[in-house]
Ligand binder design. Structure first.
Ligand SMILES: Nc1ncnc2c1ncn2[C@@H]1O[C@H](COP(=O)(O)OP(=O)(O)OP(=O)(O)O)[C@@H](O)[C@H]1O
Ligand SMILES: [Mg+2]
Length: 494
């Protein structure tokens, strides 16, 4: 009898074990386990009081981005649990085989910290602005059990901060290009960003190497001078004016500078700025360590004295950068122009523009540099002929030379012959005369009224001897900064 009971018991226990095993297999195979987990969490959540914390995208005054929002967003997207969150977005990353996961609007993601379970919601509220316009107000909501709050809240926020800082350091900051959106007083953020992938670098620029070295050193010494500027009571800002004819590499050089610094680029399109206060707002919404760029400033200033409400004084106040100094961080401003001829000299005075860099048309040296990078040749039997034509004063922009070389890259001889023909045609049509009249820096421009430091490619302009003498005198008065090769004739400090 006892033996029979034992056998029955054995079968019952085995049956239960088998049942549990099959149930487990069933739950996992069919993913019903997630449904069960959801119910368990739902019941558990219902038995607790929660507290919700908001992390809005913009600070309460709506002027500046809330840095912590960006940190939390990066942190959440790096969590393994994002893969379990519904509607996660998949984007391709920097490398072709990279896939990046991003939390979708109004989705929830869970995280655990020191044994406590918290959840985050990526809340996005669409606001109707007009007939066919709307904007989003983004907030991240942290839901945490009241009983866990005292124990984990502060360490958890610190943990996010540390995790993101390390992550950012590892990724060495992905540089972004920000562009201002059309003005609308109901929208908080005025900048849209995309990854900044411009291929230009200091190495790819066909420029005098001495000049490149000076610009690099200038940037580096500026970045190290926080205390110095502070002691002088000056705003820690450096402004560069890149000017010269079209296609000489000004925009490419902006990209090269931003890459060298690893700074984000904020490019301001003045036609989208409503008025002076909007321009101020844009400046206030830029982040630390950024390059602020206004391209073709001469065009805007000359087209109409007031660009859609932006006044002359609005532009000069912007250039003074007083607002940008609110957070005491360094700012680099870059302005590009084709010519300084018609620009009010007060806009170019030292302090508003610290360094003037002239971008010349192609000369034989920059031609050789382009031939090296575009065609892979350092010398060629046609080089003397090309040099001869340059010496007659014929010229073209580096952009034009580059285009000819790209089209004929399979045959360097054909490329050089095409460049020679194009140079001859330009010379015959008298193009160089108009170029020299409109955009080369005159003595007055460079050393006279505009001020600041003036740099140009040492081969670019046949500067008159008298001007050089004058420069020499000015240098003696103010001290000099010389490059590695000892050429200091291109730089004037007033
Ligand atoms: N000095 C240079 N070295 C190498 N490439 C150059 C140089 N100048 C121009 N290029 C090439 O020519 C093209 C046009 O250059 P970029 O747009 O920088 O000229 P830009 O001076 O800004 O012209 P614009 O005044 O019309 O805006 C780019 O593809 C760039 O790579
Ligand atoms: Mg340009």
């Amino acid at each position: 009898m006892f033996a029979i009971s034992l056998v029955v018991l054995f079968f019952v226990i085995s049956g239960i074990c088998l049942f549990l095993l099959i149930l487990r297999l069933f739950l996992y195979r069919t993913a019903l386990i997630h449904v069960v987990n959801k119910w368990v969490h739902w019941i558990e959540d219902g038995m607790h009081v929660h507290q919700i914390f908001k992390v809005p995208e913009f600070n309460h005054d709506n002027f500046q981005e809330n840095q912590f929002y960006g940190q939390v967003f990066t942190y959440l997207n790096s969590l393994a649990s994002i893969e379990n969150s519904d509607f996660t977005n998949l984007f391709s990353g920097k490398k072709s085989n990279d896939i990046i996961l991003y939390l979708d609007h109004n989705q929830t993601i869970h995280d655990t910290f020191l044994g406590a379970r918290v959840s985050w919601k990526n809340e996005v509220n669409d606001q109707k602005l007009g007939e066919d316009q709307s904007c989003c107000r983004r907030t991240l909501l942290l839901k945490i059990k009241k009983k866990d709050k005292r124990r984990i809240l502060r360490p958890y926020l610190q943990h996010i901060h540390n995790a993101v800082s390390e992550d950012l350091q590892q990724r060495k900051r992905e540089v972004k290009l920000y562009m201002n959106t059309q003005y609308d007083h109901r929208i908080n953020g005025r900048w849209n960003s995309i990854p900044f992938t411009h291929p230009s670098t200091f190495d790819t620029m066909a420029m005098d190497s001495d000049l490149k070295y000076r610009i690099k050193s200038d940037l580096e010494s500026f970045l190290k001078s926080k205390q110095y500027y502070h002691r002088l009571g000056r705003i820690w800002k450096r402004s560069y004016l890149l000017y010269g004819p079209s296609g000489t590499g000004k925009s490419s050089f902006v990209a090269a500078m931003a890459k060298l610094l690893n700074y984000d680029v904020y490019e301001i399109d003045l036609s989208r700025v409503a008025d002076d206060s909007d321009l101020k707002m844009l400046l206030l919404q830029t982040s630390n360590k950024s390059v602020i760029v206004i391209e073709d400033l001469d065009r805007f200033m000359n087209d109409n004295k007031s660009v859609r409400g932006v006044s002359f004084s609005g532009v000069s106040t912007f250039m003074d950068g007083i607002l940008s100094s609110c957070r005491g961080d360094e700012k680099i401003m870059i302005f590009t122009m084709n010519s300084k001829d018609k620009i009010d000299s007060s806009l170019l005075r030292p302090g508003r523009i610290d360094v003037h860099i002239y971008f010349p048309m192609c000369n034989f040296n920059s031609f050789k540099s382009l031939a090296n990078s575009y065609l892979g040749i350092r010398d060629h039997k046609l080089f003397p002929r090309v040099e001869e034509i340059f010496q007659t004063g014929a010229t073209m922009s580096p952009a034009e030379v580059g285009e000819i070389m790209i089209v004929n890259r399979s045959s360097p001889s054909r490329a050089l012959k095409s460049v020679i023909t194009a140079l001859q045609t330009n010379a015959a049509t008298g193009w160089r005369l108009s170029e020299s009249a409109s955009s080369r820096p005159s003595a007055e421009e460079s050393g006279g009224e505009s001020g600041g430091v003036f740099w140009k490619d040492k081969d670019s302009v046949p500067v008159a001897k008298e001007v050089r003498k004058l420069y020499g005198l000015l240098r003696l008065k103010s001290g000099k900064i010389s490059g590695p090769s000892g050429h200091d004739s291109e730089m004037i400090e007033r």
